[in-house]
Ligand binder design. Structure first.
Ligand code: PLP
Length: 396
């Protein structure tokens, strides 16, 4: 029996990005001495107080349908937090709680774009954007943020990509995989383009609590942007809660109402016990990301120092998050060959960054989601692999 064309539109070019990672996980479980530096899931446990809130809710019988767009109390906490962070005047009616930021990206795309539209996305970008845009029938228009520019946005290139069909721009600050935090100036320039061309901006801010240098600024806080911005975030990274699937979107009321209709026929509300846990995370445990950030920063610094043992590697120092992009082009290998051979020879698993966008081709992505001993050993093996290759090439 035939499937719908939608199923092809959601098979993005990044579909194979995790193949090596999946293989490494399987082989590690079977006893292989693998060091997995490819995962985007925090290695910290969800803080016990958060889990306890969910256990208490379950014990109290909070196991039934919950409000489709999220409990008022949780939406109120999210709205107040957004007001204090951005100054944007929002109410709980501007907030919908969904199953992670991913569900927010997908649902907002569906409510904003349609066949015939174009949606601009700055690459390198998070792998699921392609499918989240294409599912709507719209065409994704990739705008490169070049490695030679430190992966910073090219405002002139964004402007040049605008056509009468452009409906929206996807931005990510801080970015996965580059770790770039957009500056006020860059956001102002993007906001001018959005206002001039009457565009939506979908702003993915899931790493906003994990910034090492620079300040987080939501584009929604800029003049004229509140009415056209969807701010998306979640507890996945900030509170080590990837499996709880708690995320949200904040936007104009008519958009949130439309997203609620999609959520009604797709999700039918996030489990109440997850929402109770989320309230504790955002209130009693609001400082938790600060602690995690310090650890990620230490791991980032350790990794960068360790990689200095392989002078042919160029690390792009991330301003935020849990990832590091490393330029491996000087080894003469493609980033795919590099990651495959590195894994087969040393057991170190990293991601070929090419599926994040052509601009990341020739780069690998390393994660800081493992302890310092493992990270050091992973970097030691990686440097040895690189130095041997580079020496062999020099002799040949
Ligand atoms: C940039 C970015 N956006 C969204 C997501 C999805 O997050 P969530 O777990 O909240 O769905 C991720 C996950 O890695 C991400 O890196």
């Amino acid at each position: 029996m035939q499937l719908s064309p939608l199923t092809e539109r959601v098979t993005g070019s990044g579909a194979s990005a995790w193949d090596l990672h999946s293989k490494a996980l399987k082989e590690q479980a079977a006893g292989k001495d693998a060091i997995i530096m490819s995962v985007g899931d925090p290695d910290f446990a969800t803080p016990n107080k958060i889990s306890q809130a969910a256990r208490d809710a379950l014990t109290a019988g909070d196991t039934h349908y919950a409000e489709i767009k999220g409990r008022f109390a949780l939406r109120e906490i999210i709205a107040n937090r957004h007001i204090s962070q951005t100054g944007q005047k929002v109410t709980p009616d501007n907030v919908i709680v969904l199953a992670g930021a991913q569900c927010g990206l997908f649902t907002s795309s569906l409510c904003i774009a349609t066949a015939g539209d174009e949606v601009i996305a700055l690459e390198p970008m998070y792998i699921t954007y392609e499918a989240s845009i294409q599912v709507t029938g719209a065409t994704i228009v990739r705008v490169a943020q070049k490695a030679s520019d430190g992966f910073r946005p090219d405002i002139a290139a964004i402007e040049a990509a605008i056509t009468p069909k452009t409906k929206a721009i996807f931005i990510t600050t801080p970015n996965n995989p580059t770790g770039v935090v957009l500056t006020e100036n860059e956001l102002v320039e993007i906001s001018k383009i959005a206002i001039k061309n009457n565009l939506w901006v979908i702003s993915d801010e899931v790493y906003a609590d994990l910034i090492f240098s620079g300040e987080h600024l939501s584009i929604a806080s800029l003049p004229g942007m509140g009415e056209r911005t969807v701010t998306i975030s979640s507890l996945s990274k900030s509170h080590a809660m990837t499996g709880w699937r708690v995320g949200w979107a904040i936007g104009p009321q008519h958009l949130i109402q439309a997203m609620e209709k999609v959520a009604l026929c797709m999700l039918y509300g996030l489990p109440g016990f997850s929402q109770q846990a989320a309230m504790v995370a955002l209130t009693d445990l609001a400082d938790e990301p600060e602690k995690m950030k310090i650890i990620y920063q230490q791991r980032r610094d350790l990794t960068i120092a360790a990689l200095a043992d392989a002078p042919s590697l160029i690390a792009h120092i991330p301003e935020a998050g849990m990832f590091l992009l490393v330029d491996v082009r000087a080894t003469g290998m493609t980033s795919r060959e590099f990651s495959e051979q590195l894994y087969s020879e040393t057991g170190v698993c990293v991601l070929d960054a090419t599926p994040f966008g052509e601009s990341a081709s020739g780069h690998i992505r390393l994660s800081f989601t493992l302890g310092e001993d493992q990270l050091s050993e992973g970097c030691r093996r990686l440097c040895h692999f690189v130095n041997t290759r580079v020496n062999d090439r020099a002799i040949a």
